[in-house]
Design a protein around this ligand. Structure first.
Ligand code: ARG
Ligand code: GLU
Length: 715
């Protein structure tokens, strides 16, 4: 009896301990804190988030809207990913100073480079204000009226809730509209580049290794926050001084073992963990396959040219990487959802929920949820596919159609806002379009178009296909458009916009490329979008009630975490390897040995800088080597992360920095929809590798001296 109880307890803690979840830092007290302590954490919830005292959250800002960063010195030094700082590193690069290729290091404050427009946002306070947001909404009967009132309340509260003049109020919804939370934030605007390794370290492995473990990328860059003399946010000024943080992370180089506790704090962007089976079924069988097919064709066509021609490679490298990132993710996600039987799991969950609804006598409130979902998702199916095809083919992956769509919006503007708005936009468009054509190659895009338009005609539900694409001869249409359309070059495009309003409207409407875009866009705007929006609004309302039912009818101990929404979260787990397939086991640590194993001299993805090879051969790893004398590079753990967690701090049991999050393993990318502790892992750069590169590779002792480094105790 005693033993079985003990085993049950062990089983329950093990089971729950590895279930993922991304939690608000102000809601850790209680079950989460207990669970974290059971996993080995030595901190209290109050040390992670406190309203009154400095706490870990004070060292974790959002970086420029899309990534996360962490403060690592008392002089406002922050660490984030190389791929998060990429655009800034690029914008400072010239032929003479190619920081992307060679890296950049500031050896004194005066050498740091300002980045106009880049911001870093801290959270000051988090507060549940649900009842205030929902005030005077219960009496409203229609969904549209309710949402309108809620939006009105949010906008009033954002203005009226107390805050300091240099702060902002931000209100976000949680649990699909069942909870509203206020974040008081501070946004710093003078952010300077301090250091970045060469791309052959910071982007090592590039697209081939993206979303893949084992990984060997030193994906980091360093910036510094500057503040005014009162330590408050200020626009860039030479008078500004390094920011004094409320908290910064000490860095531990003591070493990490499998099963060690880790937690990651950061700003995950979007997850959909509570979708019903009907929605997941559509993602797996319809939407992901269509999006993957489109991108597959686009990427293959571009790649053929990029491999032959270096100028084209430079033009397309960044666009290719952006498209390839989610293409690869969707492939992994689809496979993972199938392999883990996510749909069957959801169906079982729905069956159990239905039983709970019946048992609780809540049929009148919740009895129709699943049949509503079933009906709605069946109805939205074709519209959702049509919408994804339109956005992938027209708005995202064919450059000529993308540009044509800008003219479509221009013509709409004339109809809706009048001639002045039209002329202003037209002039801006003519002026700003050169950046687009600088990286445009007509031959490449022509090849992309020919394939994508065929997929469009083939995949698009017939009722949404404009007559221009009936009986499509893709080759003929492609030749016609890419020979005759003015959308194919900067000069012709500018000439198209030259003249008075009538002339321009006539000219564009006589253009073959524009005519096609207009027929596709008209079909989308008239036949697809309105019905999609209507059905989607229904799904949103049903999802809110569904979420409410789940929360109400689950046991108190259930781990119901809110979906990611770009707000500050804490996720925790253990350092752990995994088994992606039969007979394969992946260890959780990678080392510099693996960099050398992957090394391909001169290759754009797998080249290694000579200095790093020399350090490797000399085993000159200083105090950063692991206990076996090897140089650690990256490691994985069971933390539940998503896009937006790039640059997030990975902390040890005492809140010291040990890793820098930058990716997930391919077999586990389904965790945005269905988290499985078996194979979902986040990937982090080991901080020992970061310090080794700064210290030994770059010789930036000035940076090392700023840090608080926790070393191994000498025996
Ligand atoms: N997969 C990582 C994250 O979404 C890294 C992306 C950047 N790296 C790349 N090779 N494209 O988003
Ligand atoms: N690389 C991702 C980012 O840029 C994080 C990886 C993920 O999606 O988990 O945010």
């Amino acid at each position: 009896m005693k033993y079985s109880k003990l085993f049950l307890l062990l089983f329950v803690t093990q089971f729950y301990a590895q279930q993922g979840g991304m939690w608000l830092p102000n809601m850790l007290k209680g079950d989460r804190e207990t669970e974290m302590k059971n996993l080995g954490m030595k901190l209290t919830a109050e040390q992670i988030y406190s309203v009154n005292k400095s706490s870990l959250k004070d060292a974790v800002p959002q970086f420029d809207g899309g990534c996360t960063a962490e403060v690592i010195s008392d002089k406002g030094l922050i660490l984030t990913n190389h791929h998060c700082g990429y655009d800034n590193i690029q914008s400072h690069s010239t032929i003479e100073h190619d920081y992307l290729t060679n890296g950049f290091w500031a050896y004194k404050l005066e050498e740091e480079l300002p980045n106009p427009g880049v911001v870093v946002t801290f959270i000051v306070k988090i507060e549940d204000i649900t009842s205030k947001v929902l005030e005077n909404t219960t009496s409203l009967t229609t969904e549209a009226d309710k949402q309108k009132k809620i939006q009105e309340n949010i906008s009033n509260l954002t203005k009226s809730l107390p805050k300091e003049t240099w702060q902002e109020n931000l209100i976000k919804t949680f649990y699909d509209g069942n909870q509203y939370i206020l974040f008081v934030t501070e946004t710093y605007k003078d952010i300077r580049l301090v250091g970045a390794p060469p791309s052959s370290i910071g982007k090592f492995g590039s697209d081939t290794d993206n979303w893949v473990w084992p990984r060997h990328t030193g994906d980091f860059s360093l910036f510094r926050i500057y503040a005014d003399k009162n330590n408050r946010p200020a626009e860039y000024s030479t008078e500004n001084v390094p920011y004094k943080p409320k908290h910064f992370f000490p860095i531990s180089i003591k070493g990490i073992k499998e099963n060690d506790f880790t937690m990651v704090m950061g700003y995950p962007g979007r997850t959909q963990e509570y979708l019903p089976s009907f929605a997941v079924e559509q993602i797996v069988n319809n939407l992901n396959p269509a999006k993957i097919e489109v991108r597959d064709a686009a990427l293959k066509a571009q790649d053929r040219f990029m491999r032959k021609d270096n100028a084209i490679k430079i033009q397309y490298a960044s666009k290719y990487a952006a498209v390839a990132n989610y293409w690869k993710k969707w492939i992994g996600e689809t496979k993972g959802l199938k392999k883990s039987n996510a749909i069957a799991f959801k169906q079982k969950f729905e069956k159990e929920l239905t039983e709970k609804i019946n048992k609780a006598g809540k049929q009148s409130e919740y009895g129709n949820l699943l049949s509503d979902f079933e009906k709605n998702y069946a109805e939205i199916k074709d519209y959702a596919l049509a919408r994804d095809l339109f956005s992938e083919v027209v708005l995202r992956n064919t450059e000529l159609l993308q540009t044509g769509y800008k003219l479509y919006q221009l013509e709409q503007l004339l109809a809706n806002k009048g001639e002045q708005a039209f002329t202003d936009r037209k002039n801006n468009l003519a002026k700003g379009i050169d950046a687009f054509y600088k990286d445009y190659n007509n031959e490449v895009d022509k090849n992309v178009f020919e394939q994508l338009i065929a997929i469009y005609a083939n995949r698009m539900p017939k009722q949404f296909l404009p007559s221009t694409l009936n009986n499509l001869n893709a080759n003929e249409l492609t030749n016609d458009i890419y020979t005759n359309s003015s959308l194919t070059s900067l000069e012709k495009f500018r000439a198209l916009l030259d003249g008075d309003t009538n002339t321009v409207i006539n000219k564009i409407n006589n253009d073959k490329g524009y005519q096609l875009v207009k027929s596709l866009a008209d079909a989308y705007v008239k036949n697809i979008a309105p019905k999609y929006d209507e059905l989607n609004l229904k799904n949103i309302a049903t999802q809110r009630t569904y979420m409410k039912a789940i929360m109400e009818l689950s046991p108190k101990s259930a781990r119901i975490f809110p979906d990611a929404n770009s707000t500050l979260r804490v996720t925790y787990g253990k350092v752990k390897g995994y088994k992606p397939a039969d007979a394969i086991y992946y260890e959780p640590f990678s080392t510099l040995d693996g960099v050398m194993e992957k090394y391909i001299p001169g290759d754009y993805e797998f080249d290694v800088p000579q200095k790093l090879i020399d350090l490797y051969n000399a085993k000159d790893f200083g105090m950063y080597a692991n206990s076996k004398g090897k140089m650690p590079v990256a490691f994985i753990a069971t933390n539940h992360t998503t896009g937006g967690n790039s640059g997030s701090p990975a902390l040890d049991a005492s809140g010291n920095l040990i890793g820098l999050n930058f990716d997930r393993v391919w077999e586990g990318t389904m965790s945005d929809i269905y988290y499985s502790p078996e194979i979902c892992r986040n990937i982090m750069v080991d901080l020992r590798y970061v310090l080794f590169i700064i210290d030994k590779y770059a010789g930036a002792k000035n940076i090392i001296n700023e840090l608080k480094i926790i070393k191994k105790e000498k025996k």
